[in-house]
Design a protein around this ligand. Structure first.
Ligand code: NAI
Length: 464
């Protein structure tokens, strides 16, 4: 049997390679940059490391709230960046160890499909290597979208890659795009004392997330000094005397914003170009590789996983898709169920959602029941603070069968606690089962039960 070839060493690609190799399959992993992909090197991990430092700074500045005196609190940007780098480097070393331990051969270079199971890899020096496999898994990821007539120089006009490598803290920052990336950076830089303006084309932030949650986050960030322009059309982005200027066009004429830096965060596009997909008979639809739930493309023996297949473009979706692609390529029965992939937004407070938002559930189902518990009634949320006073947990269920359809959380530990919602939706639990599950006290987790109790008409720490 010829080997299994994986193209791309990000979450989807390395999960696929580890899965196949651990099944005893000879596996080759082709990567043109670092193992770990965007998530580990330029995405999830470094961003959350910066968010933690920003959170520690905010906590220390607000220590008085907790009855603690603090002085000489400041940001040592170089040390913030060094901590981030050391976490990323450590995890990358760990991943290299896992790959080596599983006996995977790593080939450095850029891969293109040649058809008939053949892949050509060209390394940085231009040397070409021919590979041949029985199965190919394409996990080539995504790149930042830039629909504007300006180049991203990663100095003043930044993408989410360049902003993670800033040599010093800017004093002001304009963020174009009020999605997950835009808001996580707005939260980080606002916490670090940078003047932040967010410009969003739609009339609301975080499209796809429960509207009540996104409205609440905007209110909280606004109160902390972040400026927002919604329903805004960016007409120009240009450099101006060591600064950047962003012009908006709207009903009130042209409005201009000037800042030290601008971050473009208007989405990512699947990497489908220059891979030889045509040659191999792999169909691209709407800018992404078309796959079925078994991760099979339109070409026999070619699979795809991760950002290259389009939404939800999340690392944890990529892990699952990569595992499924490898299992199917190894002859097992497996498929991906995208209903219970959580969305996690690492702002303060955190937002997390799994399944349907309330708006979406109301559209798709005849009748729904909703239980919403405000966290100002939850002891642990108040103790932790972190926006706990304003947050909430909301569960939406189908009225007919009681099946849990969606869980949304805004508050401390939301990105951790959403795991309970994931379990509920994956296993088709009912709202009664959620209500009849006891959680520890005092925890924010209890609020999930409180929301379920409200939904089934048995409120405890709520109402009169
Ligand atoms: P996004 O699609 O989440 O948000 C982009 C935002 O930009 C949207 O709200 C859109 O309406 C807005 N926009 C588009 N064109 C615009 C324009 N011309 N002017 C102003 N606004 C405009 O994309 P984002 O935030 O760049 O993230 C990319 C991907 O990375 C997403 O798939 C996201 O889920 C993923 N990601 C996930 C994270 C997490 O799970 N915590 C963190 C970071 C990224």
């Amino acid at each position: 049997m010829r080997p299994l070839i994986v193209i791309g060493g990000g979450p989807a690609g390395y999960a696929a390679a580890l899965t196949a190799a651990r099944k005893g399959r000879e596996t080759i992993l082709v990567e043109e940059a670092e193992l770990g992909g965007t998530c580990l090197n330029r995405g999830c991990i470094p961003t959350k490391a910066l968010a933690k430092s920003a959170g520690v700074f905010s906590l220390l500045k607000g220590a008085k709230e907790f009855g603690i005196r603090s002085s000489d609190v400041g940001v040592d940007w170089a040390s913030v960046m060094a901590r981030k780098k050391s976490i990323v480097d450590g995890l990358r070393r760990g991943l290299q160890g896992l790959i080596k331990g599983a006996g995977i051969s790593v080939v450095s270079g850029r891969a293109t499909l040649q058809g008939g199971g053949k892949v050509e890899v060209v390394d940085a020096s231009g040397k070409a290597t021919a590979l041949e496999g029985d199965a190919i898994i394409v996990a080539s990821g995504s790149t930042v979208k830039n629909p504007f007539p300006c180049a991203i120089d990663e100095k003043d006009i930044l993408s989410s890659t360049g902003i993670l490598e800033l040599a010093e803290l800017p004093s002001s920052l304009i963020i174009v795009g009020g999605g997950v990336i835009g808001l996580e950076f707005a939260n980080i830089f606002n916490s670090l004392g940078v003047k932040v303006t967010v410009i969003e084309a739609l009339p609301r932030l975080l499209y796809g997330i429960d509207e009540e949650a996104s409205t609440l986050l905007m209110k909280i960030l606004k109160a902390r000094g972040v400026e927002f322009r919604l329903s805004a059309k960016v007409s120009k982005i240009e450099k101006a005397k060591g600064k950047v200027r962003v012009s908006l066009e709207g009903g009130n004429g042209v409005e201009e914003f000037v800042a030290d830096k601008v971050l473009l965060a208007v989405g990512r596009a699947p990497n489908v170009n220059g891979l030889g997909l045509d040659k191999a008979g792999v169909q691209v639809e709407g800018g992404r590789i078309k796959v079925d739930a078994k991760m099979r493309t339109t070409a026999k023996g070619v699979y795809a996983a991760g950002d290259v297949i389009g939404n939800p473009m999340l690392a944890h979706a990529g892990f699952l898709e990569g595992e499924v692609a490898a299992r199917v390529a190894c002859g097992e029965e497996a498929s991906v169920d995208w209903r219970a992939i959580p969305s996690c937004v690492y702002t303060t407070p955190e937002i997390a959602q799994v399944g349907l938002s309330e708006e979406e559930a109301r559209k798709q189902f005849d009748k729904v029941i909703v239980g919403k518990y405000p966290l100002r009634g939850n002891g642990r949320a108040l103790i932790e603070d972190e926006g706990g006073q304003d947050g909430f947990i909301k569960i939406v269920a189908d009225r007919k069968y009681g099946e849990v359809l969606g869980v949304t959380m805004v508050g401390p530990f939301a990105t951790e606690l959403i795991g309970l919602g994931v379990l509920a939706i994956t296993n088709e639990l009912t709202i009664d089962q959620m209500a009849d599950t006891v959680q520890g006290h005092p925890t924010v987790c209890e609020a999930i039960r409180e929301a379920a109790l409200i939904a089934v008409g048995r409120p405890l720490h709520f109402g009169r």
